[in-house]
Design a protein around this ligand. Structure first.
Ligand code: GN1
Ligand code: MG
Length: 367
């Protein structure tokens, strides 16, 4: 798609200069676009093609996006401390729409690029993990008082781990690409944990856990850190902000932020959960969420890390079996590598589970 042509649809002052790919998203396509303003200064924007095979109702998605981002922006605008959480700032189209639908069926949206910020694929140190977790928890705190109708479920059953396993079972039965022979060990590993994987959903159904507005994709690279200070600046990628459990967010943070390698590491001897990163994430997260979490919420944090990591492994493995329909892949067996990496991470969490629980107890004791 010609980005310059798309740029003409948005209400952005200045002249289009250039565009280049941005980030490593597995679902949408992201482009960083430079403009030169009348003053001669550069201004940068992020353009994103919404993957409408994954997000089948892009307008509902953008409705959520704008409601949530404006809610946070209003708080930022009213803040005088200079440290408030920034917000994704959606740029409307010239006709005032939240995104534009092109003749070829693609949906594109735009927002301002936050200068002097950075994302990380793998955390470099515990300070970054702490800061990222604190920032995600702050985001959760900021959206707690979002009023109005329930947000749209942009992907129904997104973190319904039990359903995810059922979908895997179906893919195993069909084995449409004759790939089951490569993955039997992984499939058994998952099926052995099926019962435990449903714990959060069961407790929610029993009324023991509270549904909240959650981010649901708290991968470490979805938080922007200040390049100079390292402080958390803004949570991005609001596509899956919808009703959920706080555990999905904590779990995904540990899954992505405490892993020793990239998601597609094929040498499993290198894959484990870094305990110091887990601990930093736990402390950072509780710093901003402690006030609204129940004792049971806190107790379930280690298990949530395990469940969400297993769920992500299930999703990658299912995609491998059905012929790589969902996640973008850069080489043929990437989804298989990703699945094995997640499952190895689960095994590492299991080995360290008692210490993970003790760490939570320590934090609770000190309150
Ligand atoms: C996808 O697109 P990205 O990288 O932000 C996925 C997440 C997975 C993640 C795994 C909408 O996130 O759920 O955890 O890949 N997003 C969606 O890397 O499915
Ligand atoms: Mg995403």
């Amino acid at each position: 798609m010609d980005i310059q042509q798309i740029s003409e649809r948005f209400s952005i002052a200045g002249r289009f200069v250039s565009a280049k790919p941005l980030g490593n998203g597995n679902v949408n396509e992201t482009v960083l676009v430079s403009y030169v303003q009348e003053s001669g200064q550069e201004a940068r924007y992020v353009f994103q093609r919404i993957n409408h095979n994954v997000f089948t109702k892009p307008l509902e998605l953008m409705d959520n996006y704008v409601r949530v981002s404006r809610h946070i922006k209003n708080k930022f605008d009213q803040d005088t401390s200079g440290t408030a959480h920034r917000s994704v700032d959606v740029v409307l189209t010239k006709s005032g729409e939240t995104c534009c639908l092109l003749e070829n069926g693609e949906y594109w949206r735009a927002y301002k690029y936050l200068e002097n910020t950075k994302t990380y694929e793998v955390v470099e140190n515990a300070d970054q993990a702490y800061e990222a977790a604190k920032t995600f928890a702050e985001f959760l705190k900021l959206i707690r008082d979002l009023s109005g109708e329930r947000l749209h479920e942009t992907i129904p059953d997104f973190h319904n781990t039990s359903k995810r396993i059922e979908v895997l079972e179906e893919a195993v039965k069909n084995d449409s690409y004759n790939r089951l022979k490569d993955v039997e060990q992984e499939v058994n590993f998952i099926f052995d944990r099926k019962e435990e994987a449903g714990t959060l959903l069961r407790l929610l159904a029993e009324g023991k856990l509270t549904e909240r507005i959650t981010h649901n994709d708290t991968k470490l690279n979805n938080v922007l850190l200040d390049v100079k200070t390292g402080c958390g600046v803004c949570v991005i990628d609001l596509d899956t902000v919808m009703p959920g459990l706080i555990h999905y967010d904590f779990g995904d943070m540990v899954r992505s932020g405490a892993a020793s390698t990239d998601e597609n590491e094929s040498d499993l001897s290198k894959v484990y959960m870094k305990f110091d990163m887990y601990s930093a994430i736990l402390h950072g997260f509780l710093k901003n969420s402690n006030g609204f979490m129940t004792p049971l919420d806190k107790e379930l944090l280690p298990l949530s890390a395990k469940i969400i990591t297993l769920e992500t492994g299930v999703r990658f493995l299912t995609d491998y079996l059905i012929g790589d329909e969902y996640f973008k892949i850069r080489y043929p067996n990437e989804n298989f590598d990703r699945a094995r990496m997640q499952l190895k991470l689960v095994a590492s969490m299991e080995e360290q589970f008692e210490s993970m629980q003790n760490e939570v107890s320590k934090v609770i004791c000190c309150e």
